[in-house]
Design a protein around this ligand. Structure first.
Ligand code: CP
Ligand code: NVA
Length: 333
């Protein structure tokens, strides 16, 4: 059956079949080539897209904005303050207002339920731009990037996520990976293992797709034979700063260092990170951690971040191309 995503919400990759994900990746690659060649055709002329951000963002916001502008659409940014959302107006009412004005709504915040509520009542596609437990638009960009850096099919790859293996990016990556038949490894301390219901769900998906899931606290086991080693911050947006000490103690053995990259045993293993990354002391948070805990690198060492193996800025660019594919596929069809 031909795949058509017009009108679909993108709350999680959970609702998408491998064929639908492949279609989005193909469309993103075509749109990327067309932009580079100067032949992009605008399929979202005079459309309007609302961008709700209850948390900070660089890539997701700019990805949506540039994707929309390239395609001839307009955007409205709604930040954590300045609208009625939450304090005087419910998500249900907000959805019914924005659904009258906009052709699509992006939502970044804490609870997935808010995105679900928006989707239930807006009548236009809603995109999850990051919640506490998911980050689907990130993972589409990651898959496009993996495809660009290997001649293998996604289903022939081994991918390791190191560190806080129960955060939004780890969960979204693991979900997408088992769906695409990847040999997925979550490598982190037992204390941060994802919940059993989620692990069972990944197991069910794997049975259908041939994907594999390993959860291990052993770094050598986690990275052996891996084609892509991925990490993310040790403390996500919305988590209390008081947790830093505990996280640093728990996660320091899972920092991606040159030794960890070497342990993959493959010369072409690439390093990935959704960004922003704490790899030096050039940020306010990095400097604060350095002065309080005496460490200048967190989840990834600067040597790996700046190495030839690092493809983090390709991932960042691909956020825009994949978001564009989502907008075109769900609004234009
Ligand atoms: N990776 C990512 O979502 O980045 P932003 O927080 O900058 O959007
Ligand atoms: N886990 C991070 C991802 C940022 C893109 C966070 O939620 O802050």
């Amino acid at each position: 059956m031909p795949v058509n995503l017009k009108g679909r919400n993108v709350l999680s990759l959970d609702g998408f079949s491998p064929d639908e994900i492949r279609l989005l990746l193909r469309l993103a690659a075509e749109l990327k080539s067309a932009k580079l060649a100067g032949t992009e055709r605008q399929r979202l002329l005079r459309r309007n897209i609302a961008l709700i951000f209850e948390k900070d963002s660089t890539r997701t916001r700019t990805g949506f904005e540039v994707a929309a502008y390239d395609q001839g659409a307009n955007v409205t940014y709604i930040g954590p303050t300045g609208s009625q959302i939450g304090h005087k107006e419910s998500m249900k009412d907000t959805a019914r207002v924005l659904g009258r004005l906009y052709d699509g709504i992006e939502y970044r915040g804490d609870k997935a339920e808010k995105a679900v509520e928006l989707a239930r009542h807006a009548g236009v596609p809603v995109y999850n731009g990051l919640t506490s437990e998911d980050h689907p638009t990130q993972i589409l960009a990651d898959f496009l990037t993996m495809r660009e850096f290997t001649h293998l099919h996604l289903s022939d790859l081994a991918v390791t996520f190191m560190g806080d293996i129960r955060n939004n990016v780890a969960r979204a990556l693991a979900l997408g990976a088992v769906k695409m038949g990847i040999d997925m490894r979550l490598c982190g301390p037992d204390a941060l293992r994802p919940d059993t219901a989620f692990i069972a769900h990944l197991g069910e998906i794997s049975c259908e797709t041939g994907g594999r899931l390993t959860i291990t606290a052993d770094v050598s086991e986690g990275v052996r034979g891996s084609d892509f080693i991925y990490t993310d911050v040790w403390l996500s947006m919305g988590e209390p700063k008081a947790l830093w000490k505990e996280r640093i103690e728990e996660l320091s053995p899972y920092r991606v260092t040159p030794q960890v990259m070497f342990e993959s045993g493959k010369p072409h293993t690439k390093f990935m990170h959704c960004l922003p990354a704490l790899h030096d002391t050039e940020t306010a948070v990095g400097a604060e951690i350095a002065s309080e805990f005496g460490i200048g690198e967190m989840e990834v060492s600067d040597a790996v971040f700046e190495s030839k193996a690092s493809i983090v800025f390709d991932q960042a660019e691909n956020r825009m191309h994949t978001i564009k594919a989502l907008l075109v596929a769900t609004i234009d069809g």
